[in-house]
Design a protein around this ligand. Structure first.
Ligand code: TGC
Ligand code: FAD
Length: 387
């Protein structure tokens, strides 16, 4: 966070190594991503392979994992990288989180030694791209209802069904796919070149346009016995991965919010209305102050949850507190900043409307705000109100 917005000196809570990671991510975001984002968003196309290799070379893919070429950094360092990358665009952070926290994490946590050796070094280098297929057309918030199934045929598995809204789907080399079996929900490592696998891209997105989103279709996809993730059993397998990616979003959303607020403050300082700068009006200052307070609170919450994660004590409902609060506040900040820019607020020449549009996806994916309210409600009352 820039000095002027870091009202409560969050920087004093960070180690030198975390500041270095944060600064490297900020440089990459400012120099490599930010200049191209208006075009990538408008044309809904990104140079994903190039970006993955560059992100891999900087150590940002699977950076909180150990071994296999991963950087083995702490949770706060990982979160700060997500924050800086999402300050450029949520779609860029999605590329990083789906690769590192979903696809790589699933293999790293639940995979066999052969699966890890085959995929993780290439994925951490950005030479292979992964996706994570949990959501289906009829089962998003309730993944336990999934219809995609894998049945035994001799030693092989035969996979049928479909997944929906899968980030990186049509550019992936490998898909981690969750499917129903006679033994409950199991995960499968599916090379996307396997016959019967296809991944049509979803078009006409009005949000997260600088990110590839696809359907995955499995028509008698035949996989060897070794394709199954041996250590994941039941829904706790994929949900364990979601904790990782949701954690990155707690930081990331604050990056979008910070970029909106920096843009609004700079704009308001230059914009003359009724003969003086917009920053000189009390109404504007009240807006800026309230937003800066929420931004600082959100970043403090993120760092606190990161420290719990580093100690190994972070609970799922605490992740829900962070995801619910920080995405909700980021959207509120983006919307308020938009008002400060007046008509210019809707222009693609400024990043605010792009962030606001992206954050609508961020509010929905990785557990909708309602799902997180229900997780927190269950922790408070002991009652599950999902069904
Ligand atoms: P429920 O009966 O509560 O739990 C089933 C099993 O899972 C365990 N569990 C968890 N384990 C680890 N972490 C968590 N957060 C867990 N929550 C539950 C639970 O203990 C149980 O284990 P076991 O051993 O007893 O079987 O499950 P439910 O069917 O009632 O559903 C609970 C609910 C609604 C909270 C869950 O299904 C949920 O989180 N739904 C939202 C789905 C979601 O977030 N999908 C995201 C897809 S990936 C994505 O969006 C990527 S976006 C791209 C990007 O990140 O950039
Ligand atoms: P639904 O589950 O149909 O929910 C619709 C509405 O009902 C929501 O408001 C929801 O909160 C509400 N609702 C649901 N249950 C309850 C309840 N019990 N009580 C009250 N209200 C309820 N998924 C993946 O697996 N991998 C990915 O890589 C991935 N990437 C994505 C990228 C983008 C850009 C988007 C938009 C989505 C992505 N998703 C991905 C899917 C995402 O995780 C789902 O969209 C999300 O989990 C919600 O599911 P749904 O869209 O089916 O909504």
């Amino acid at each position: 966070m820039t000095v002027s917005l870091d009202l409560v000196d969050v920087d004093s809570l960070l180690t030198d190594e975390e500041v270095d990671v944060r600064d490297a991510a900020r440089r990459f975001a400012d120099e490599r991503l930010r200049p191209s984002l208006p075009e990538w968003f408008e044309t809904a196309s990104i140079p994903a392979r190039e970006l993955a290799k560059e992100l891999g070379a900087l150590g940002f893919l699977g950076m909180h994992l150990t071994g296999y070429g991963c950087a083995g950094l702490g949770s706060v360092a990982y979160g700060l990288a997500c924050l800086e990358i999402e300050a450029a665009d949520s779609g860029m952070r999605s590329l990083v989180s789906v690769q590192g926290s979903l696809a790589m994490y699933a293999i790293w946590k639940y995979g066999s030694d052969e699966q890890k050796d085959e995929w993780l070094p290439r994925m951490s280098a950005g030479e292979a791209i992964g996706c994570f297929g949990l959501t289906e057309p009829d089962f998003g918030s309730n993944p336990g209802g999934m219809r995609t199934n894998a049945r035994r045929d001799g030693d092989d598995w035969v996979l049928n069904g479909s997944k929906m809204w899968i980030t990186n789907g049509s550019i992936a080399d490998v898909a981690v796919v969750w499917a129903r079996t006679d033994d409950g929900v199991r995960g499968f490592v599916v090379p996307t070149s396997t016959p019967g696998f296809s991944a049509p891209e979803i078009k006409q997105k009005m949000s997260l346009r600088a990110s590839v989103t696809s359907e995955l279709v499995f028509s008698d996809v035949r996989l060897p016995a070794s394709a199954m993730l041996p250590e994941a059993r039941g829904l706790s397998g994929p949900l364990g991965c979601l904790n990782e990616a949701r954690f990155g979003i707690i930081f990331g959303a604050m990056g979008s919010a910070r970029d909106c607020l920096e843009t609004a403050i700079a704009y308001a300082g230059d914009r003359i209305v009724f003969d003086k700068p917009l920053t000189a009006y009390q109404l504007t200052q009240a807006k800026l102050a309230d937003m800066a307070v929420e931004l600082n609170k959100g970043i403090l919450l993120a760092v606190h949850l990161g420290r719990l994660k580093e100690k190994g004590s972070l609970r799922p409902e605490q992740v829900s507190v962070g995801k619910l609060n920080n995405v909700r506040e980021a959207i509120a900040i983006a919307r308020e900043c938009r008002t400060i820019l007046g008509a210019n607020g809707i222009s693609g020449e400024y990043p605010i409307m792009r962030h606001a549009n992206n954050l609508e996806s961020v509010l929905t994916y990785e557990g909708t705000s309602e799902v997180h309210q229900l997780v927190i409600g269950q922790a408070l009352t002991g009652e599950s109100a999902f069904r």
